[in-house]
Design a protein around this ligand. Sequence first.
Ligand SMILES: Cc1cc2nc3c(=O)[nH]c(=O)nc-3n(C[C@H](O)[C@H](O)[C@H](O)COP(=O)(O)OP(=O)(O)OC[C@H]3O[C@@H](n4cnc5c(N)ncnc54)[C@H](O)[C@@H]3O)c2cc1C
Length: 319
Amino acid sequence: MLPTPEVKQILKKNITIGTVRWDVSLSTLTTMRIGGPAWAVVQTDNVDEIRCVYDVVAQKDIPLFVLGGGSNVVFPDEGYPGIILKLPLGTISTQVRDKNRVAVTFGGGYLSQLAAQKTVDLGLTGFESMYGLPGTLGGAIVMNSKWPAGKFMTGDVLESVQYVQPDGSLKTMRHDELDFSYGHSSLQGKKGLVTQATFVFAQGDQQEGMKRCMEVMEYRKKTQPHGVKTAGCVFKNIGKSEQELHDLPYGSAGYLIDQVGLKGTSIGGLTVSSIHANFFINNGTATFADYQALVEKVRQTVYDKFSIMLTEEVYAVHH
Ligand SMILES: Cc1cc2nc3c(=O)[nH]c(=O)nc-3n(C[C@H](O)[C@H](O)[C@H](O)COP(=O)(O)OP(=O)(O)OC[C@H]3O[C@@H](n4cnc5c(N)ncnc54)[C@H](O)[C@@H]3O)c2cc1C
């Protein structure tokens, strides 16, 4: 159901600490820069206000989407006929656990790159691979975002999250409850909100940490297109067993797309990057239909050659 003037009144009256914006273009809130207007964008980390949003969408049957930095999602050109719930940057606090370990609690809207920088500044080690990762910690936890050149995944150093469930109840969820695996957490597909996250880091050397961050950034710049409109890797890599089954030297989706000769292929305003074949680049005119068509073309071409069906990592929002 489309939101009504009554819903507008409820939000205006109840969201006073956070902000409400109407008719906001989703292309401005996503790194792929595709997507029409959202009916409303509510930005708040006040738990009562968050509950008010969950209440109103439940009572009035309104679509709700929780958005972080928008670096892993693509929205339709028609936009989103509902409420986008976003967190502000939020705060950071520390708690010494023992002489070697410090817990750091961040707001769920904290930028991943800034979080990496802060932990290094605090003389802690464990988050350097997050340097240069677009988006927020909330998104990185839900996606269990990973360092492309190594073993690091966001969930590795996560201790717990504070999570507002769609029924408005607040829950602390510990690492074990989040079922982390490659590109996966149990929070995916749920409509709740990670409002805070606590990670545990070891004491480290600040200079070494900064050096490692610079190496991470260098690697990103060398292997990924930079400063372009993209949502990062469109497809998930295949698993080790599938790679072995097909006797392939690499299991990365980018390798498979490269092998079928699709680098540089365009549909409308969207092109398969010639630097990293798993990145699609928007030249500024791409539509959601271009995105869907290019996804299908790549998936089908890879399937025809390798009999491997790639699955999407980027979340294309349908409603
Ligand atoms: C240039 C570029 C490079 C990238 N490199 C990498 C990389 O190296 N490794 C990698 O894994 N990914 C990479 N990505 C993808 C993306 O940056 C990560 O997945 C990122 O962590 C997503 O965070 P986000 O805040 O932008 O999430 P969004 O895209 O906003 O959301 C992703 C999902 O998380 C949910 N979500 C977001 N915030 C919250 C919250 N607070 N509570 C509950 N649910 C939430 C959303 O509903 C959505 O389902 C890259 C993307 C780009 C554009």
